[in-house]
Design a protein around this ligand. Structure first.
Ligand SMILES: [Zn+2]
Length: 158
């Protein structure tokens, strides 16, 4: 797989899962509003995909080793992976009651992240459980922090 495409895929997928999970868990515990959660997911899918794509664009450019075409492949693949993976989280929210949808989203996000980590580890012949544990633990930390902040926001400002 081409370096530039791989950069966009890894970044977009990981960021699409972690950012969206953190946001919806925080919005849920902060507002318990389906509308807020749906708005959050759509905003991340658009605005944060642009922001990440530009971040990767500048980052790849600053390496000064890539052609313009390679930089643009990384930019566009970042946008697409972030956009698509962020949007997948809207499915449980539309189909399920909000509390269940958040639980389903956490399970879905951790499964995709775990599977992607397994693929990376296999390819690099590293210990799979170490890579998976590392990434899943970081995601869990983000989820817990977002949940606590949401609780705090709701008890402080409502
Ligand atoms: Zn690079």
């Amino acid at each position: 797989m081409e370096h530039s495409f791989r950069v966009g895929m890894s970044f977009g997928l990981t960021s699409g899962i972690i950012t969206t999970l953190g946001l919806i868990v925080g919005l849920h515990s902060g507002t318990h509003s389906k509308l807020a959660v749906i708005g959050g997911i759509l905003t991340i899918a658009m605005a944060d995909a642009f922001s990440d794509a530009l971040g990767i664009h500048v980052s790849e450019e600053s390496e000064a080793t890539h052609t313009a075409r390679e930089v643009w492949i990384a930019t566009l693949s970042t946008f697409c992976f972030k956009f698509i993976f962020a949007l997948t989280f809207i499915i449980p929210v539309l189909l399920l009651e909000l509390q269940m949808a958040i639980i389903a989203s956490v399970i879905w996000g951790l499964l995709v992240l775990g599977f992607f980590s397994l693929c990376i580890a296999k390819e690099q012949k590293r210990r799979a459980w170490k890579v998976i544990m590392e990434h899943v633990l970081i995601a869990l930390a983000v989820i817990c922090i977002a949940h606590l902040i949401g609780d705090w926001i709701s008890s402080t400002f409502s």
